[in-house]
Design a protein around this ligand. Structure first.
Ligand code: HSE
Length: 300
Protein backbone atom coordinates (compact mmCIF):
# COMPACT_ATOMS: atom_id res chain seq x y z
CA UNK A 1 0.00 0.00 0.00
CA UNK A 2 1.11 3.54 -0.67
CA UNK A 3 0.06 6.99 0.53
CA UNK A 4 1.24 10.44 -0.35
CA UNK A 5 0.85 13.71 1.54
CA UNK A 6 1.75 17.27 0.77
CA UNK A 7 2.87 20.00 3.21
CA UNK A 8 3.48 23.69 2.60
CA UNK A 9 6.40 25.92 3.45
CA UNK A 10 6.19 28.20 6.47
CA UNK A 11 7.66 31.29 8.08
CA UNK A 12 8.29 30.83 11.77
CA UNK A 13 8.66 33.45 14.51
CA UNK A 14 6.85 36.39 12.82
CA UNK A 15 9.09 38.82 14.67
CA UNK A 16 8.77 38.39 18.40
CA UNK A 17 7.11 34.94 18.39
CA UNK A 18 10.34 32.93 18.48
CA UNK A 19 9.50 29.20 18.63
CA UNK A 20 5.82 30.15 19.19
CA UNK A 21 4.24 31.67 16.08
CA UNK A 22 4.37 30.45 12.51
CA UNK A 23 2.55 31.00 9.22
CA UNK A 24 2.14 28.39 6.48
CA UNK A 25 2.11 29.70 2.91
CA UNK A 26 1.62 28.56 -0.63
CA UNK A 27 5.13 29.57 -1.74
CA UNK A 28 6.50 25.99 -1.87
CA UNK A 29 5.54 22.48 -0.84
CA UNK A 30 7.03 19.05 -0.23
CA UNK A 31 5.44 15.74 -1.05
CA UNK A 32 6.17 12.55 0.86
CA UNK A 33 5.17 9.12 -0.43
CA UNK A 34 5.21 6.15 1.88
CA UNK A 35 4.87 2.53 0.87
CA UNK A 36 4.64 -0.23 3.47
CA UNK A 37 4.47 -3.96 3.75
CA UNK A 38 3.92 -5.69 7.07
CA UNK A 39 6.95 -7.74 8.02
CA UNK A 40 8.81 -9.33 10.93
CA UNK A 41 10.73 -6.25 11.85
CA UNK A 42 10.73 -2.52 11.30
CA UNK A 43 12.85 -1.57 8.34
CA UNK A 44 12.82 1.96 6.91
CA UNK A 45 14.50 3.28 3.81
CA UNK A 46 14.37 6.80 2.46
CA UNK A 47 15.14 8.38 -0.89
CA UNK A 48 14.88 11.98 -2.01
CA UNK A 49 15.05 14.09 -5.14
CA UNK A 50 17.64 16.36 -3.52
CA UNK A 51 20.82 15.80 -1.56
CA UNK A 52 19.29 15.85 1.93
CA UNK A 53 20.75 13.19 4.25
CA UNK A 54 19.11 9.77 3.87
CA UNK A 55 20.27 8.24 7.16
CA UNK A 56 17.03 7.46 8.98
CA UNK A 57 17.83 9.51 12.08
CA UNK A 58 19.16 12.48 10.13
CA UNK A 59 16.28 12.85 7.73
CA UNK A 60 13.30 14.92 8.85
CA UNK A 61 10.76 12.64 7.13
CA UNK A 62 12.06 9.26 8.23
CA UNK A 63 12.92 9.96 11.87
CA UNK A 64 9.34 10.90 12.86
CA UNK A 65 8.04 7.87 10.96
CA UNK A 66 10.45 5.63 12.87
CA UNK A 67 9.31 7.12 16.18
CA UNK A 68 5.62 6.67 15.38
CA UNK A 69 6.00 3.05 14.24
CA UNK A 70 8.17 2.17 17.24
CA UNK A 71 5.72 3.75 19.69
CA UNK A 72 2.75 1.99 18.16
CA UNK A 73 4.67 -1.25 17.74
CA UNK A 74 4.19 -1.76 14.03
CA UNK A 75 6.68 -4.02 12.26
CA UNK A 76 6.80 -3.23 8.60
CA UNK A 77 9.08 -2.61 5.73
CA UNK A 78 8.62 1.06 4.93
CA UNK A 79 9.85 2.95 1.88
CA UNK A 80 9.78 6.73 2.10
CA UNK A 81 10.17 8.97 -0.91
CA UNK A 82 10.68 12.68 -0.27
CA UNK A 83 9.95 15.02 -3.16
CA UNK A 84 11.41 18.33 -2.06
CA UNK A 85 9.84 21.53 -3.29
CA UNK A 86 10.75 23.77 -0.36
CA UNK A 87 14.33 25.03 -0.76
CA UNK A 88 16.57 24.12 2.16
CA UNK A 89 18.38 26.37 4.58
CA UNK A 90 16.49 29.54 3.66
CA UNK A 91 14.16 29.91 6.65
CA UNK A 92 11.13 28.56 4.81
CA UNK A 93 10.46 25.54 7.01
CA UNK A 94 11.92 23.03 4.59
CA UNK A 95 12.72 20.27 7.09
CA UNK A 96 9.41 20.98 8.82
CA UNK A 97 7.44 20.53 5.59
CA UNK A 98 9.01 17.10 4.94
CA UNK A 99 8.33 16.08 8.53
CA UNK A 100 4.72 17.31 8.35
CA UNK A 101 4.04 15.49 5.09
CA UNK A 102 5.67 12.31 6.41
CA UNK A 103 3.59 12.12 9.59
CA UNK A 104 0.40 12.88 7.63
CA UNK A 105 1.18 10.10 5.14
CA UNK A 106 1.98 7.48 7.79
CA UNK A 107 -1.10 8.45 9.81
CA UNK A 108 -3.22 7.88 6.75
CA UNK A 109 -1.45 4.72 5.59
CA UNK A 110 -1.88 2.86 8.89
CA UNK A 111 -5.18 4.53 9.86
CA UNK A 112 -3.63 5.70 13.09
CA UNK A 113 -6.10 8.51 13.80
CA UNK A 114 -3.44 10.59 15.47
CA UNK A 115 -4.56 14.06 16.48
CA UNK A 116 -2.93 17.07 14.85
CA UNK A 117 -1.13 17.78 18.11
CA UNK A 118 0.27 14.23 18.08
CA UNK A 119 1.39 14.73 14.49
CA UNK A 120 3.19 17.90 15.60
CA UNK A 121 4.80 16.02 18.48
CA UNK A 122 6.24 13.41 16.12
CA UNK A 123 7.13 15.85 13.37
CA UNK A 124 9.26 17.73 15.94
CA UNK A 125 11.63 14.74 15.88
CA UNK A 126 12.26 15.62 12.27
CA UNK A 127 13.42 19.09 13.30
CA UNK A 128 15.64 17.57 15.97
CA UNK A 129 17.11 15.22 13.34
CA UNK A 130 18.09 18.05 11.04
CA UNK A 131 18.68 21.11 13.22
CA UNK A 132 19.56 19.56 16.58
CA UNK A 133 16.58 21.29 18.22
CA UNK A 134 13.02 20.00 18.24
CA UNK A 135 11.42 23.40 17.63
CA UNK A 136 7.69 23.05 17.02
CA UNK A 137 6.71 26.20 15.10
CA UNK A 138 7.34 25.27 11.44
CA UNK A 139 5.85 21.79 11.73
CA UNK A 140 2.81 23.18 13.57
CA UNK A 141 2.09 25.62 10.73
CA UNK A 142 2.66 23.00 8.03
CA UNK A 143 0.35 20.55 9.78
CA UNK A 144 -2.43 22.97 10.75
CA UNK A 145 -2.14 25.51 7.92
CA UNK A 146 -2.74 29.24 8.43
CA UNK A 147 -1.15 31.04 11.37
CA UNK A 148 -0.60 29.10 14.56
CA UNK A 149 0.61 29.67 18.08
CA UNK A 150 2.35 26.85 19.91
CA UNK A 151 1.12 27.22 23.46
CA UNK A 152 2.91 24.20 24.90
CA UNK A 153 5.29 21.50 23.69
CA UNK A 154 4.93 18.97 26.49
CA UNK A 155 2.18 18.06 25.93
CA UNK A 156 1.94 19.64 22.48
CA UNK A 157 -0.81 22.22 22.21
CA UNK A 158 -1.21 24.34 19.11
CA UNK A 159 -3.86 27.00 18.64
CA UNK A 160 -4.94 28.30 15.24
CA UNK A 161 -5.06 32.10 15.19
CA UNK A 162 -8.20 33.43 13.50
CA UNK A 163 -7.09 35.79 10.73
CA UNK A 164 -9.54 38.62 10.18
CA UNK A 165 -7.41 40.82 8.00
CA UNK A 166 -6.81 39.97 4.36
CA UNK A 167 -3.18 40.20 3.33
CA UNK A 168 -0.77 38.90 0.74
CA UNK A 169 2.70 37.55 1.23
CA UNK A 170 5.97 38.52 -0.41
CA UNK A 171 9.06 36.48 0.32
CA UNK A 172 12.56 37.72 -0.44
CA UNK A 173 14.43 34.48 -0.94
CA UNK A 174 18.22 34.74 -1.33
CA UNK A 175 19.34 32.21 -3.91
CA UNK A 176 23.11 32.58 -3.71
CA UNK A 177 23.54 32.06 0.03
CA UNK A 178 24.14 28.59 1.38
CA UNK A 179 24.96 28.23 5.03
CA UNK A 180 25.51 24.67 6.22
CA UNK A 181 23.50 23.75 9.32
CA UNK A 182 22.05 27.25 9.26
CA UNK A 183 19.31 26.79 11.87
CA UNK A 184 21.76 25.19 14.27
CA UNK A 185 24.19 28.09 13.82
CA UNK A 186 21.40 30.65 14.04
CA UNK A 187 20.29 29.17 17.36
CA UNK A 188 23.83 29.34 18.69
CA UNK A 189 23.78 33.09 18.01
CA UNK A 190 20.95 33.68 20.46
CA UNK A 191 21.61 35.43 23.76
CA UNK A 192 21.38 33.36 26.95
CA UNK A 193 19.91 36.33 28.84
CA UNK A 194 17.63 39.15 27.75
CA UNK A 195 17.02 42.51 29.38
CA UNK A 196 13.72 43.18 31.05
CA UNK A 197 13.27 46.10 28.66
CA UNK A 198 13.57 43.88 25.56
CA UNK A 199 11.36 41.28 27.19
CA UNK A 200 8.61 43.87 27.67
CA UNK A 201 8.98 45.24 24.13
CA UNK A 202 8.75 41.75 22.65
CA UNK A 203 5.76 40.82 24.78
CA UNK A 204 4.03 43.97 23.55
CA UNK A 205 4.80 43.03 19.95
CA UNK A 206 3.51 39.49 20.17
CA UNK A 207 0.37 40.69 21.92
CA UNK A 208 -0.17 43.37 19.28
CA UNK A 209 0.37 40.93 16.40
CA UNK A 210 -2.04 38.31 17.67
CA UNK A 211 -4.67 40.92 18.56
CA UNK A 212 -4.18 42.53 15.15
CA UNK A 213 -4.88 39.24 13.36
CA UNK A 214 -7.86 38.41 15.54
CA UNK A 215 -9.44 41.87 15.50
CA UNK A 216 -8.50 42.48 11.87
CA UNK A 217 -6.63 45.68 12.73
CA UNK A 218 -3.84 46.61 10.35
CA UNK A 219 -2.10 49.00 12.75
CA UNK A 220 -1.78 46.33 15.39
CA UNK A 221 -0.31 43.85 12.91
CA UNK A 222 2.13 46.55 11.82
CA UNK A 223 3.18 47.31 15.39
CA UNK A 224 3.36 43.63 16.15
CA UNK A 225 5.79 42.60 13.42
CA UNK A 226 8.81 43.67 15.43
CA UNK A 227 11.46 41.98 17.49
CA UNK A 228 14.20 43.23 19.77
CA UNK A 229 15.94 39.99 20.61
CA UNK A 230 16.18 37.18 18.07
CA UNK A 231 16.35 39.05 14.76
CA UNK A 232 18.89 41.44 16.28
CA UNK A 233 21.15 38.67 17.50
CA UNK A 234 21.09 36.98 14.11
CA UNK A 235 21.55 40.08 11.98
CA UNK A 236 24.94 38.96 10.55
CA UNK A 237 23.03 36.16 8.76
CA UNK A 238 20.85 38.71 6.90
CA UNK A 239 22.53 42.16 6.97
CA UNK A 240 20.19 43.47 4.24
CA UNK A 241 17.13 42.95 6.45
CA UNK A 242 16.87 46.41 8.10
CA UNK A 243 16.98 48.08 4.67
CA UNK A 244 14.35 45.74 3.22
CA UNK A 245 12.16 46.35 6.22
CA UNK A 246 12.50 50.13 5.88
CA UNK A 247 11.62 49.89 2.20
CA UNK A 248 8.62 47.73 2.93
CA UNK A 249 7.34 50.21 5.50
CA UNK A 250 8.09 53.19 3.24
CA UNK A 251 5.92 51.69 0.48
CA UNK A 252 3.23 50.90 2.99
CA UNK A 253 3.50 47.18 3.46
CA UNK A 254 1.70 46.03 6.59
CA UNK A 255 5.07 44.99 7.97
CA UNK A 256 8.11 42.79 7.52
CA UNK A 257 10.09 40.32 9.55
CA UNK A 258 12.70 37.62 9.15
CA UNK A 259 11.28 34.32 7.94
CA UNK A 260 12.24 31.72 10.56
CA UNK A 261 15.96 31.77 11.22
CA UNK A 262 16.49 33.61 7.89
CA UNK A 263 17.97 34.49 5.52
CA UNK A 264 14.59 34.91 3.72
CA UNK A 265 12.48 37.94 4.59
CA UNK A 266 8.70 37.90 4.90
CA UNK A 267 6.69 40.98 3.91
CA UNK A 268 2.94 41.23 4.49
CA UNK A 269 1.14 43.43 1.97
CA UNK A 270 -2.37 44.60 1.13
CA UNK A 271 -4.06 46.93 -1.34
CA UNK A 272 -2.47 49.99 0.28
CA UNK A 273 0.99 48.61 -0.50
CA UNK A 274 3.12 49.53 -3.50
CA UNK A 275 4.37 45.97 -4.02
CA UNK A 276 6.17 46.68 -7.29
CA UNK A 277 8.34 49.33 -5.67
CA UNK A 278 9.19 47.03 -2.77
CA UNK A 279 10.17 44.25 -5.15
CA UNK A 280 12.16 46.47 -7.50
CA UNK A 281 14.06 48.39 -4.82
CA UNK A 282 14.32 45.38 -2.51
CA UNK A 283 16.08 43.25 -5.11
CA UNK A 284 18.48 46.15 -5.80
CA UNK A 285 19.14 46.58 -2.10
CA UNK A 286 20.00 42.89 -1.72
CA UNK A 287 22.44 43.21 -4.62
CA UNK A 288 24.31 45.91 -2.66
CA UNK A 289 25.03 43.11 -0.19
CA UNK A 290 25.99 40.70 -3.02
CA UNK A 291 22.79 38.81 -2.36
CA UNK A 292 20.72 37.61 -5.29
CA UNK A 293 17.07 37.54 -4.23
CA UNK A 294 14.12 35.92 -5.88
CA UNK A 295 10.79 37.42 -4.80
CA UNK A 296 7.98 34.92 -4.37
CA UNK A 297 4.36 36.00 -4.06
CA UNK A 298 2.31 33.69 -1.90
CA UNK A 299 -0.95 33.35 -0.01
CA UNK A 300 -1.79 32.10 3.43
N1 HSE B 1 11.91 29.18 15.60
C1 HSE B 1 12.99 28.58 14.85
C2 HSE B 1 14.20 29.47 14.94
C3 HSE B 1 12.59 28.41 13.43
O1 HSE B 1 14.06 30.68 14.76
O2 HSE B 1 15.30 28.97 15.21
C4 HSE B 1 13.67 27.79 12.59
O3 HSE B 1 13.15 27.48 11.33
Amino acid sequence: ECRRAKAYSSSANLGSGFDILSMAHTAFYDIVEIEAEYGKELNITVEANSNIPTEIEKNSASYPVKKILEDIGISASVKIKVIKGVPEGLGLGSSGASAAAAVAAINDLFNLNLSKNDLVKYAMYGEAAVTGSPHPDNVAASIYGGVVSVISTNPVKVVEIPINYIFDILLFVPINIKIREKTKKAREMLPKMVSINDYVLNSRSISSLILGFVKGERDLIRLGLNDEIVEKARLPLFPYYPKIKNLALKYNAIGACVSGAGPSILVLTDKMTDENKIIEEGVKTCKEFNVECKVIKAKL
